[in-house]
Write a protein that binds this ligand. Sequence first.
Ligand SMILES: *Cc1c(COP(=O)(O)O)cnc(C)c1O
Length: 433
Amino acid sequence: MAAKPVMINLTADELPTRWYNILPDLPEPLPPPQDPPEGPSRLEQLPNLLIGECLKQEFAEDRWIDIPPGLQELYLKAGRPRPLFRATELEKRLETPARIYYKAEFFSPTGSHKVNTALAQAYYAREQGFERMTTETGAGQWGTALAYGCALVGLKCTVFWVRAVHDWKTDRRRFMKMYGADVHASPSPLTKVGKELYSKNKKHPGSLGIAISEGLEDAGGDPNATYSLGSVLNHVLLHQTVIGLEAQKQFEKFGDYPDVVTSCLGGGSNFGGFALPFYGDALTKGKKVQFVAAQSEVAPNLQGEYRFDFADYAEITPLLKMYTLGHRVEMAPIKGDGLRYHGSSPIISLLRHHEKLDTVAYPADEKHVFERAGEFVRAEGFIPAPESAYGIAYAIDEALRCKESGEAKCIAVNVSGHGFLDIPGFAEVLGIK
Ligand SMILES: *Cc1c(COP(=O)(O)O)cnc(C)c1O
């Protein structure tokens, strides 16, 4: 007798060959980035800062964008396609009539979904003849992913890493260096923006906004270098749609379809990558789906104001229309550092503005979220990244509401990464000795 289909994976020849670009399907055109009323034009600087192909994709109007065959090969080497699991054991223990499915982005060489855009950006950067990429990182997942992407295509990589995290995540730092990356605590003495803050306080904890400014300044001063962002921008969400496109095919094979699509949201790349193809169904085929982004109370950017704001601390980027807490807001540290960003991607923000996205913000002590992650670990066996735990917490909370109401909802959650390097964080919050 055959096993029950508790996991569906796709074969190599079912790997998506195109990304889904939601821009033409949005309820209104996405407001383009703007220059601030004062100071030099940021928009004119964009071609010097971003990879040409990515800049083109940022404003592309085609619904489908081909993934170059060379990049498809890299996706295969990164272990794509990735499985979609049915959380049967978790469902049983929760005694819920809901069906819970989770997408396994934790099957990633560096630990997160961020390799999907890191490989794409490194691939295009090499095609364009660059020799080096610079970037920022907060939690460290993005820095590791770009270090990996650069290593595979043969580029150098410089990472500016928020000092507060850089100093304690020793293993992740070594991980990036094993890929050959240059890693600097930010603010660093290497850039003008960094030096100003660093000289006043050598232990300045830094922020994602400051690190972005440093990466931009570094790339701006080197014609052979290009800058790369791991979230927020349209082309990043575009690259991440491989997640949702695979999941759609997998749901079809399961013979099911989600009523609720959820995931954690910092800047919006894993949520967007997972959800946008389903949004496509909702916007163009009338599918009824509830979308929910799980956030932290320390950075509930989707509950901020919908307005133009800078993406970085030093105001080097153009203004983006997004839900924002303000680009100089201070946010308390949490273990799910990847969720600490002041703004939410313009695409996700527009969907929120049109009331097509619900949001929940979990308490800053992370107890509830990590206890839910513990239930997931014990039932399903995979240890999520602290960020991913937020999406899992929502899926479980929703499944328990279903238990009360008797509704048999189909809940889909993206598990954006694994927590192998984050066990000290879980242990601290959960009091594990
Ligand atoms: C970076 C990261 C996030 C948050 O960023 P998004 O762009 O919102 O996806 C979530 N989960 C993991 C594992 C990450 O590395």
